[in-house]
Write a protein that binds this ligand. Sequence first.
Ligand code: IVH
Length: 679
Amino acid sequence: MTELPVEQRLQELRAQLRHHAHLYYVLDRPELPDAEYDRLYRELVELEQQHPDLITLDSPSQRVGATPDSAFAPVPHQVPMLSLDNVFTVEEWDDFDRRVRERLGWELAVGVAYACEPKFDGLAVTLHYHDGLLVKAATRGDGSTGEDITANVRTIASVPLRLLAEGAALPAQLEVRGEVLMPRAGFEQLNARQLAQGDKVFANPRNAAAGALRQLDPRISAQRPLEFYAYAIADLKGVEWPSTHSQTLRWLGTLGFRITSLASTGNGPAYVRQAYEMLGRQRDSLPFDIDGMVVKVDDRRLQLDLGFVARAPRWAVAFKFPGQEASTRLEAVDWQVGRTGALTPVARLAPVSVGGVVVSNATLHNIDEIQRLDLRPGDTVVIYRAGDVIPKVMRRLDDDGHEQREPVTLPSGCPVCASAVTRGEGEVVARCSAGLFCPAQRKEALRHFASRRAMDIEGLGEKWIDLLVEQELVHSSADIYRLTREVLLTLPRMAEKSADNMLAGIAKSKQTTLARFLFALGIPEVGESTAALLARQFGKLDALLQADEAALLATPDVGPVVARSILDFLAEPHNQAVIAALCEVGVHWVDQAAAQDLPQPLAGQTWVLTGTLSSMGRDEAGDRLRALGAKVSGSVSKKTHVVVAGESAGSKLANAQALGVTVWDEAQLVAFLKEHEGC
Ligand code: IVH
């Protein structure tokens, strides 16, 4: 193969990485397996390390790396960053619409075209692009001067460092406004991590996003899962301004920005009322918090006619949703015992409506958090609820009685079994020391064992598990398989039919897979995917039981902490007895060959997958080919052995044909896998 000149290879790598990062981070439509992306990225970084003079500011490698800044420089906004007026009711909305038409001098019967979109509950940020390159990012500040947060914003993957051209001309200057936010899932993970490290937890995703943006060290911001949604143009030179807001959004999308898919446009106030109701219904299931719907007059000429008052435009308004925060009285703090014995404090609250849902409990994380907030029963607290997320206590409101109230302390005995509560040196979490002898831990362990993704025991719901434990009919998971009809019928409110269904569910669950079995055991640190990887690595339970640390560490995704946890768990005589008992009562699965013993008919070959496969995802196909020894690549070359082309395959198929590489269709792949995968 002829070596490309370094510059050319760098350009190629950057273009590919940009393209795939856009598919992944902005369009949520990845094409390249993660591992392949990582490989390209590593190649880029290595080449740049060898040729530091060739590093460009817009290189995908330059998102992270800048060193801590001591303060944020002020950035004056040429175009002020305005706020929006709020309306809270349909009547107030109708008034807004009436005022718009009056100002425009329109007859009442004519409907104004409005663009409706979520009001993101994040932080407003403005981005400056010169000749397509991101040169500056700033916060809103007081609206006329913000702070320079360029280094931190560069770490946000959905912010293009360089605009996509897609054939059209790039503006000489562009200032884009939008919102930086943290999706709820990322927020939960961040808080879990903070909690585990004994660091401060954030009250809500907005605060967490604000904290991340104001990090002096961009390397820390880079680890926070932030996203940027573009929603306006503040300044544009060199290209004609789009004539409506809807067109603006679409155009920003083509430049590489993430645009909400929840925007819509329609005529008249009734359309907006409907859109508001619909968005309100979607609110809880969205991946991020929104606190209302922004309604904008769609036509830019009309926007200019309407102009501004004080600090807000006359052509846009925030139609707010009920708040996600509310204050109420903390009645008491109860302690719950989890599967691993961890004691979690739960706030019992005077019932209060938050965002349309009545809340009477909230999580408090741990005793440190209670002490940090200095919460005492009787205090008035502010709680926050978003989506399906469990409500949280955010802070206490000051009042005169607080000092006289009793502080909360960690119980010295388990609230369920009275055994000693221990808290390891430097540990945040306190635990009941009784292990599976504590009924609370036993219930949780059995619930996990029977759950759908573990042993999947139909008919054995949480309610029955609790009863079976309380009546001392089930002590360990193996006891479930020893239950008889007679015993079940002694339970209160157990009907014959339910007993039979439960027994059928229990019997059916005996036939399982090693992966499910390992997950069901509830080994600390071993979640569903680790269990699956262990099953694939070892193939048989015995092989895993005999594995030493080195053998465990050879499993993908298993590091020293997980390996230690597995070894500790398996060394425990009680756990050994339960595993033996489960096998004795007839839990079984089909053993697989261990990964390293499998035949590797494709060793040394490079395969490429392209297009859509109908019988499996491309990831799965890749995994299965790799299991047979193949290297799966994202690009076709003369060295490629086979290109598997699914439905609507594009340039890779064309390349393969041009290079004379063997092309298979999906049926050939399926037949090949069937023949070679064995078992
Ligand atoms: S447009 C001149 N669109 O709301 C209009 N703002 O109170 C400027 N916001 O600080 C704003 N989602 O951060 C607009 N889809 C959206 C928005 C949005 C959230 C925030 C923005 C601003 C605040 C205005």
